[in-house]
Write a protein of this length. Structure first.
Length: 320
């Protein structure tokens, strides 16, 4: 009985050994080569390439990855976006700066003129004047605190438009065109004193058309005024060759001016019909007209001559 058990146990072990060394083997692994387009399609679809094998046994055989290098996917021209950068160059042309406004050229020196006013009844030239006049005007521009100025010459051919030959007051008025539609004017007024036998310039009035004031709000003519000035004895003219500067004032506080008279000679309250000046009293020469030195010189000359004659006569008598 014990031998039977030993034989049975040996037979089982042998059977197991035979079964363990069976002729069962797994089929070899097959590598599937896919075309490039298929591989690319699988790569783009995110599908990994897997090598499949058939296993006849009940156990799973792990897949062996391919060791061949996979080709890189070719870009799809439809899905390729090309970004081009365009550089735009903007050329800015600098505007030329405006040329500066040149300063106005100064006026040339004025030319001297001579004017005589006659009484239509007596034909006496009561007022006779001669001078060159230039006016320098400063004014405030429209709606601003800035000032501007201009110069104006009195033409030597200015017209006499008015005057008077009164006993105590005489005058002469000159006028010249400011533009096509307006005029400027100058009025000189003289007054005499019968007690002192002197006369003087009472006033000078210059009236300017508003058109000569550029960029100003002035709508009416501007009147400039200067008061009493030089005086001279009656029957004597007043003369001043160097420039005489007279400050002019106006009712409009925004305007001031200076009048310059040169080569000046004037005479009022005349009684002659000609247009010749009487002996002159020079400016800055006091109250003595130029006729007085001449008279004194003549008197001294006559006295000297008489003394010489008398001396020569006395010498002749002694010699006799």
């Amino acid at each position: 009985m014990s031998q039977f058990r030993y034989c049975f146990f040996a037979a089982v072990i042998c059977s197991l050994c035979v079964l363990g060394n069976g002729d069962v083997s797994a089929p070899p692994t097959k590598i599937i080569d896919l075309p490039i387009s298929a591989s690319t399609t699988l790569s783009e679809a995110g599908i990994s390439e897997v090598t499949q094998s058939s296993v006849s046994s009940s156990e799973s055989v792990p897949s062996v990855p391919s060791t061949e290098a996979q080709p890189s996917p070719s870009p799809d021209p439809k899905n390729t976006t090309t970004t081009s950068t365009t550089t735009t160059t903007t050329t800015t042309t600098a505007k030329p700066s405006p040329a500066p406004t040149p300063d106005p050229k100064p006026l040339p020196p004025p030319e001297a003129g001579k004017w005589a006013f006659k009484d239509n009844v007596t034909n006496v030239t009561c007022v006779l004047i001669q001078f060159a006049a230039q006016l320098n005007v400063t004014y405030t521009k429209d709606n601003s605190n800035t000032t501007d100025h201009f110069q104006l010459n009195l033409p030597k051919n200015a017209m006499i438009v008015d005057g008077s030959c009164g006993n105590g007051t005489q005058s002469i008025k000159l006028s010249w065109p400011a533009n096509e539609n307006s005029t400027n004017s100058m009025l000189l007024v003289f007054q005499s004193n019968e007690t002192t036998k002197w006369y003087e310039l009472k006033s000078i009035n210059v009236t300017l058309a508003p058109e000569v004031f550029i960029d100003a709000t002035l709508k009416e003519p501007v009147e400039l005024w200067h008061g009493v000035e030089w005086r001279s004895p009656l029957a004597t003219s007043y003369r001043c060759t160097p420039p005489t500067h007279l400050n002019m004032t106006a009712e409009a506080t925004s305007v001031v001016a200076k009048l310059t008279l040169s080569q000046l000679q004037e005479e009022a309250f005349r009684t002659a019909k000609d247009e010749l000046f009487s002996s002159a009293r020079e400016c800055g020469g006091g109250d003595i007209p130029d006729a007085v030195p001449i008279a004194v010189g003549c008197a001294l000359g006559g006295l000297t001559g008489s003394l010489i004659v008398r001396g020569s006569v006395g010498i002749e008598k002694k010699s006799i």
